[in-house]
Design a protein around this ligand. Structure first.
Ligand SMILES: NC(=O)c1ccc[n+]([C@@H]2O[C@H](COP(=O)([O-])OP(=O)(O)OC[C@H]3O[C@@H](n4cnc5c(N)ncnc54)[C@H](OP(=O)(O)O)[C@@H]3O)[C@@H](O)[C@H]2O)c1
Length: 278
C-alpha cells in the first residue's frame, strides 16, 4: 500500500470537479499539495488551498498556468522546479470537453481540447518523469475516462484524446517498469462536474439511464484508494468496469460504434430517468 503522508503531489485542474475532490483526498492522507489551475480560477484556487491547509494541516503551493498555451506545461514545470522541492506524484487531471458533431464544432475549440487533454498530459509526463526515475520513486496518476476504451460519438475528439492518453500511459508504464515508477489511470464514467454543464452538453444522455451519474467526491475517494493499492487501470463501478473493460473487448467494433452513437445521444425528458446534471 502506497503511503501518501508527506508526499508532494502536483494536481492540475485542482480548483474544480474531480481535481478539487482529488486534492481533498490527498490532503486527508497528509500529502503536501502543488495545486495547478487555469489563471481564471485563481480566486477559487486560493480559497480551496487555504481551506485544505487549515483543515488538514498540510502545505500547499499554487500554480495558475494556462495549459492550452504552447509553453503552458513547460512554464508549470519550471515554476515547480523553482520551488526547490521535487514532486513525488504527478496527477494529470485538467481537461476540457466539447459535445456535438465533429463536422460542426468549432475547429479552434477542438484544437484546444487536444492541447489540454493530450499535449499537456504528454508534456507534463515527459518533463517530470526523468526526475522521478532518477530518484527511483514516484507515480503518475492520469485522470482519463471510460471514453478511452471505445469511440465516443457526439464528442469524438474528446474520446480520441482520452484513448491517446490511455495508450500512452500503458505503453510508458511498461517502458519504465524497472525504474519502480508506476503510471496509473483513473477512468470514470460521467461525473457531475462543471465540465458537463458546459455549453452544448445535453441535460440528459441515454447513457445516464444505464449507468447514472457519479459525484466527483465518490470518484476521487475510490480513485485514490485504487491508486494507493497500485491499480494500473481503475474504472469506478462494477457496471462501468464490465461494459468498458469486458464488453468492449468482445463486441465487434462496428456494433460498439453503433451502440455508442445511440447511448451518447441526448435523451428527452422522462420520469423514468432520475440522473440529471444539476
Ligand atoms: N465529468 C466527467 O463526466 C468526466 C468523466 C471522465 C473523466 N473526466 C475527466 O476528469 C478530468 C477533470 O474533469 P472534471 O469533470 O472535474 O471537469 P471540471 O470541473 O471542468 O475540471 C477541469 C479542470 O481543468 C481546468 N482546465 C481546463 N482548461 C485548462 C487549461 N487550459 N489550463 C489549465 N487548467 C485548465 C478547468 O479550469 P476551468 O474551470 O477554468 O475551465 C478545471 O479546473 C478531465 O480530464 C476530464 O476529462 C471527467
Amino acid at each position: 500500500m502506497l503511503i501518501l503522508k508527506g508526499k508532494n503531489v502536483l494536481i492540475t485542474g485542482a480548483a474544480s470537479g474531480i481535481g478539487k475532490a482529488l486534492a481533498e483526498c490527498f490532503a486527508r492522507e497528509g500529502s503536501n499539495l502543488f495545486l495547478g489551475s487555469h489563471p481564471r480560477e485563481d480566486d477559487q484556487l486560493c480559497r480551496w488551498a487555504d481551506y485544505l491547509e487549515h483543515q488538514y494541516h498540510i502545505k500547499t503551493k499554487k500554480f495558475p498556468v494556462d495549459l492550452a498555451l504552447d509553453s503552458g506545461p513547460e512554464l508549470l514545470h519550471k515554476q515547480v522546479v523553482q520551488t526547490g522541492e521535487g514532486i513525488d506524484i504527478l496527477v494529470n487531471n485538467a481537461g476540457v470537453m466539447l459535445y456535438g458533431g465533429f463536422a460542426e464544432l468549432p475547429l479552434d475549440g477542438q484544437i484546444e481540447m487536444i492541447s489540454v487533454n493530450v499535449i499537456a498530459y504528454a508534456k507534463l509526463m515527459r518533463l517530470f518523469l526523468p526526475d522521478l526515475m532518477k530518484r527511483k520513486s514516484g507515480r503518475v496518476l492520469n485522470v482519463v475516462s471510460a471514453s478511452a476504451f471505445q469511440p465516443s460519438a457526439h464528442h469524438a475528439v474528446y474520446g480520441a484524446t482520452k484513448a491517446f492518453v490511455q495508450s500512452l500511459s500503458e505503453a510508458v508504464g511498461q517502458e519504465i517498469k524497472s525504474s519502480g515508477i508506476k503510471i496509473c489511470t483513473l477512468n470514470p464514467s460521467y461525473t457531475d462536474t462543471p465540465m458537463l454543464r458546459g455549453k452544448g452538453f445535453p441535460k440528459k444522455l441515454w447513457w445516464f439511464f444505464i449507468s447514472g451519474l457519479s459525484s466527483p467526491e465518490d470518484i476521487a475517494r475510490k480513485g485514490v484508494n485504487a491508486f494507493k493499492r497500485g491499480k494500473l487501470i481503475y474504472i469506478p463501478g462494477f457496471q462501468n468496469w464490465f461494459i468498458h473493460a469486458v464488453l468492449t473487448r468482445v463486441m465487434p467494433r462496428r456494433l460498439m460504434g453503433y451502440i455508442s452513437y445511440w447511448v451518447l445521444k441526448e435523451k428527452m425528458e422522462s420520469k423514468a430517468s432520475k440522473a440529471t446534471i444539476k
